[in-house]
Ligand binder design. Structure first.
Ligand SMILES: *[C@@H]1O[C@H](CO)[C@@H](O)[C@H](O)[C@H]1NC(C)=O
Ligand SMILES: *[C@@H]1O[C@H](CO)[C@@H](O)[C@H](O)[C@H]1NC(C)=O
Ligand SMILES: *[C@@H]1O[C@H](CO)[C@@H](O)[C@H](O)[C@H]1NC(C)=O
Ligand SMILES: *[C@@H]1O[C@H](CO)[C@@H](O)[C@H](O)[C@H]1NC(C)=O
Ligand SMILES: *[C@@H]1O[C@H](CO)[C@@H](O)[C@H](O)[C@H]1NC(C)=O
Ligand SMILES: *[C@@H]1O[C@H](CO)[C@@H](O)[C@H](O)[C@H]1NC(C)=O
Ligand SMILES: *[C@@H]1O[C@H](CO)[C@@H](O)[C@H](O)[C@H]1NC(C)=O
Ligand SMILES: *[C@@H]1O[C@H](CO)[C@@H](O)[C@H](O)[C@H]1NC(C)=O
Ligand SMILES: *[C@@H]1O[C@H](CO)[C@@H](O)[C@H](O)[C@H]1NC(C)=O
Ligand SMILES: *[C@@H]1O[C@H](CO)[C@@H](O)[C@H](O)[C@H]1NC(C)=O
Ligand SMILES: *[C@@H]1O[C@H](CO)[C@@H](O)[C@H](O)[C@H]1NC(C)=O
Ligand SMILES: *[C@@H]1O[C@H](CO)[C@@H](O)[C@H](O)[C@H]1NC(C)=O
Length: 828
């Protein structure tokens, strides 16, 4: 999701100025570079992989990455919250100010409202005492001390311009906050929010101070960051203020404030109970407290729960207990190393930027979704299944996120699949865009089908050992594919009209269900690919009739292909289509980067172009399961290749969003794989780097990160299949470990030329794939390999590259699979 994309573009232009002074301390990059250099010399034993991670990549230029302290898949992510457009809390833009440090965030989401940010705490100096403290949101905000922000896996720190330093580290559901005041600051004060969150969605809650125990508890309801405002979720926090008796409270009380002059404090008061403010606005409120003895350092323990205040407190007690800040940080670092070491590389032979991009991207690929198992509410209360929050959104993650997970983390993948299936069991359909524990907006339909389909296609042999019942998984897919929800904005698809017409018609009379009647072209294309996923699992499970039904439905993409539409000299584009079969013309350039209009292209009500967050130019290429036939529709291989060339050279390609993920490798399907290699080199060096602005769009729960990982590794997945395209690695050697299968796969690039690792591969530099050898067997095609021959069994893959581009610009025995040319014939 890159919601409210057009807004992002406008803001992007204005943020260029401010991003000139990148905010992380220059020490962060120096430290990472030194660690990479040391690793290159050390020969690879006892490597601390967290040192190579730059958590600030994607914190500028609308990457919306959260650099906060988190464990892998942590439910809590501690970060500061800044003013302005900052959906993940933190942004590098130093013209924005800090309102506090808080424990709940999502990473990478393009929500224009922002997401979470509840339970914010802000350290203050109040030289004139309790009643004079600047508690309101506007009064308390401060600039940062420029160029001092610091963070690494499991650790986050930011210093205010008054030199108060705020640090955090975390467990799954709890953490420690540490505040250091400059010497001689006097009494340290803290303001803690009851009501405020980033989307300003408070719907009532309570706050209690227990001064003897030194504990503040908060519970309340808040709203969605990307879903219907009518829905609310519950969240709870438990703040332990005394650091196991090392600290003593001086004053405590409550406060309220608003924008109309209210600024009241209640010294000694311990209870607040506020309801929703129906006129809108945040009813600003919370606790205010100070410490005896003018301590320079204050430690606060925080527990979070989505179930109850008691559980929030017990999470802090069991997960943090008496552990020190350093202990918790070390635990977190160890958990990160366990994840990051799943991919090993040869540091000496790998370009430092590639090392940094790779491990930073892998880091984010383990950062979300947020593991809220045992923290369930509403329909999911007390479920016996695993539970993940922030599936934000499946439309973003089915393409590369889960396929990457299938290479090294089947246990975690299975837990998330279990959670998708539980969504079907509890709500009737699998979740599409769960955000803040609430159903979020659907984008292309039920992309969860492709995610669970990918799991089934790669781990069906181990499914029951991994706790997945394949028949139940299939039942969940069939529900998505057959059962039309009464309201399909939040789950399922508009399958009634799709099945009746063979496409989602524009301006359709639907008397049985409700939803935003837009995106008919892209919904048809995505529904068709979701049907391919169902077809794949049907094939696996020998559901012969369903295989035929869903194979046919996966061809429905053809029904929105208007063979007569012309654009820039090319003919035939996907278009909206009326019920009577006539096409409703839309300029294929609309919603591309070349679109000069002011229209929005996401879910806004002025997106009537028929496509979601992309143009017809872009989406017309989206048929990952049947590109061979698409090529025919587009006029054959030569025209198709010219069309891709034009798409990139004319600037129609939009790397900032997911519909573009497939296009750079499209040349493989026309038997011209070297052109994919050139296009991917160009993409990586044009759109990605190691700076905070180093990703081209919202990370979208690491969709971008995992897109980059596949490109660096020289592979590209076909979701809901076991096929991988071979492109060209950016590094000479890597090993992927799969501890569940107990196998390791080492990919070695023979003739690797470091000069090829740049935007334009220079003449004479080897980078074009000549042969692919898997465990001693030369593969008949140099364009694709299969999970079952490689990553499932492990072993050695040798990719031989050459600089003689012309001699290898063909796939050999076969191009990657397409249904209509007999591909995907068997499920392995
Ligand atoms: C590093 O590894 C290489 C190759 O395995 C070996 O030749 C070299 O001696 C090692 N260097 C050190 C310092 O251990
Ligand atoms: C940090 O930089 C911003 C933007 O240039 C500036 O407005 C602010 O005053 C600076 N802060 C400090 C403490 O120098
Ligand atoms: C808060 O107030 C509401 C409505 O006034 C009441 O129903 C609820 O029980 C109160 N909660 C607490 C914890 O006092
Ligand atoms: C969940 O289980 C707890 C403990 O058994 C119980 O107190 C609570 O009522 C249950 N919640 C729901 C919604 O069933
Ligand atoms: C939740 O926690 C309880 C107690 O720690 C545990 O027995 C149970 O298995 C957990 N549930 C899940 C789904 O992990
Ligand atoms: C999620 O949390 C549960 C409960 O602690 C744990 O059993 C599971 O392994 C975790 N999964 C991931 C992917 O973090
Ligand atoms: C499907 O049929 C094949 C071939 O007869 C068989 O090997 C496989 O076990 C069957 N799979 C299932 C899930 O029944
Ligand atoms: C699938 O399509 C083929 C070819 O159009 C047709 O013959 C067949 O009846 C269709 N099958 C089903 C189950 O729709
Ligand atoms: C189909 O319906 C549209 C919208 O009502 C109309 O503009 C178009 O002329 C119709 N086409 C035919 C062939 O009747
Ligand atoms: C957009 O504006 C540019 C510059 O004014 C113009 O050259 C181009 O033709 C316009 N594009 C479209 C699609 O209108
Ligand atoms: C495109 O090239 C592939 C691979 O050489 C070939 O199999 C296919 O027939 C060609 N398609 C067309 C429409 O010419
Ligand atoms: C590495 O990244 C930095 C920062 O983006 C950039 O200045 C430098 O050119 C890059 N180096 C290479 C070899 O790509």
């Amino acid at each position: 999701m890159a919601a409210f994309k057009r807004l992002s573009w406008l803001l992007a232009a204005s943020s260029l100025l401010s991003s000139i002074s990148a905010q992380p301390s220059p020490e962060v990059q120096k430290r990472i570079s030194a660690a990479i250099e040391a690793a290159a010399k050390s020969n690879g034993s006892d490597i601390d992989y967290t040192q190579f991670v730059n958590v600030f990549i994607g914190t500028d230029n609308f990457g919306d990455v959260c650099p906060g302290a988190s464990i892998p898949f942590g439910m809590v992510k501690f970060s500061t919250d800044l003013t302005g457009y900052a959906p993940a809390g933190y942004v590098t833009d130093n013209t924005q100010t800090i309102r506090g440090l808080s424990p709940l965030h999502d990473s990478g989401t393009g929500s224009s409202l922002g997401t979470y940010g509840n339970f914010e705490i802000m350290p203050l100096l109040c030289p004139h005492g309790f009643d004079t403290c600047t508690t309101s949101l506007d009064a308390r905000e401060r600039f940062r001390l420029n160029n001092t922000d610091d963070a690494s896996p499991g650790y986050f720190a930011q210093t205010l311009d008054n030199h108060i330093k705020m640090e955090a580290t975390s467990t799954r559901r709890a953490g420690l906050e540490r505040f250091t005041f400059p010497k001689g600051s006097g009494t340290p004060y803290f303001v803690l929010d009851l009501a405020n969150d980033l989307p300003e969605s408070f719907a009532g809650g309570t706050l209690d101070i227990d001064p003897d125990q030194g504990r503040i508890t908060i519970g309340g309801h808040w709203g969605s960051s990307f879903g219907p405002g009518q829905f609310h979720y519950q969240a709870f926090a438990c703040f332990d203020l005394l650091d196991g008796g090392n600290q003593q409270l001086k004053e405590y009380g409550v406060w309220t404030a608003d924008d109309f002059g209210l600024d009241a404090k209640g010294l000694g008061m311990t209870h607040m109970n506020l309801s929703i403010d129906l006129i809108g606005d945040v009813y600003q409120s919370g606790a205010l407290f100070s410490y005896e003895g003018e301590p320079e350092e204050v430690n606060i323990r925080v527990g979070i729960s989505f179930v109850s205040v008691d559980q929030a407190c017990s999470n802090a007690e069991t997960e943090v207990g008496d552990s020190s800040f350093e202990d918790i940080m070390a635990q977190s670092k160890a958990l990160w190393n366990e994840k990051l070491s799943k991919v090993e590389i040869d540091f000496a032979q790998t370009a430092p930027n590639v090392t940094e991009m790779l491990y930073s991207s892998l880091y984010r690929s383990f950062l979300t979704p947020n593991n809220a198992t045992n923290e369930t509410q509403a329909e999911f209360a007390n479920t016996t299944h695993f539970y993940f929050d922030s599936l934000y959104c499946s439309w973003d993650t089915f393409r590369t996120f889960y396929p990457l997970m299938s290479l090294h983390s089947p246990v975690e993948f299975a837990q998330i699949v279990d959670n998708y299936i539980d969504g079907y069991l509890k709500r009737g359909w699998m979740p599409e865009c769960r955000a803040n524990n609430l159903p979020g907006w659907t984008q292309g339909g039920s992309s969860g089908d492709v995610i669970v389909g990918h799991f089934a296609m790669t781990y069906h042999n181990e499914a029951s050992e991994l706790g997945i019942d394949l028949e139940q998984l299939y039942a969940a897919m069939i529900a998505d594919g057959e059962v039309n929800p009464p309201e399909w904005n939040i789950q399922g698809r508009q399958v009634n009209v799709y099945k009746e017409f063979g496409y989602v018609p524009f301006a359709v009379l639907d008397t049985m269900s409700t939803g935003r009647q837009t995106r008919e072209g892209s919904r048809t294309l995505e529904y068709a690919f979701e049907d391919f996923a169902i077809r794949q699992v049907a094939l696996l499970l020998n559901k012969t009739d369903d295989v035929e039904t869903y194979t046919n439905r996966s061809f429905f993409y053809r029904n929105v292909f208007d063979p007569n539409v012309k654009s820039d000299g090319f003919t035939g584009f996907s278009q909206k289509r009326f019920m009577n079969g006539s096409f409703a013309y839309v300029d294929p350039i609309d919603c591309s980067p070349l679109d000069n209009s002011t229209r929005d292209c996401s879910l806004q009500d002025d997106n009537s172009v028929g496509f979601y967050e992309a143009s017809s130019w872009e989406y017309s290429f989206f048929v990952p399961h049947d590109t061979a036939h698409l090529i025919q529709l587009m006029g054959g291989n030569e025209t198709y290749v010219n069309r891709l060339d034009h798409f990139f050279s004319a600037g129609l390609f939009d790397p900032s969003n997911e519909p573009s993920f497939q296009t750079p490798i499209g040349y493989h399907y026309a038997n011209q794989p070297t052109k994919s290699v050139d296009e991917v080199r160009n993409l990586v060096f044009t759109s990605f780097d190691i700076t905070p602005a180093g990703i081209p769009g919202n990370d979208d729960q690491a969709a971008m990160a995992t897109w980059l990982v596949f490109h660096l590794l020289g592979m590209y997945p076909v979701p809901s299949s076991s096929q991988f395209l071979v492109v060209s690695p950016f590094l000479p050697k890597y090993t992927i470990h799969n501890s569940f299968l107990n196998v390791s796969t080492t990919v070695t690039v023979q003739n690797f030329d470091p000069r090829s690792v740049q935007k334009t591969i220079p003449h004479g530099a080897a980078a074009y794939v000549k042969s692919v050898t898997v465990n001693g067997n030369v593969q008949p095609s140099r364009c694709h390999i299969d999970f079952y021959d490689v990553f499932r069994v492990g072993g050695e893959v040798v990719i031989e590259v050459t600089s003689d581009k012309d001699s290898v610009n063909s796939c050999g025995a076969s191009v990657p699979d397409s249904l209509s040319t007999g591909g995907f014939a068997v499920a392995r």
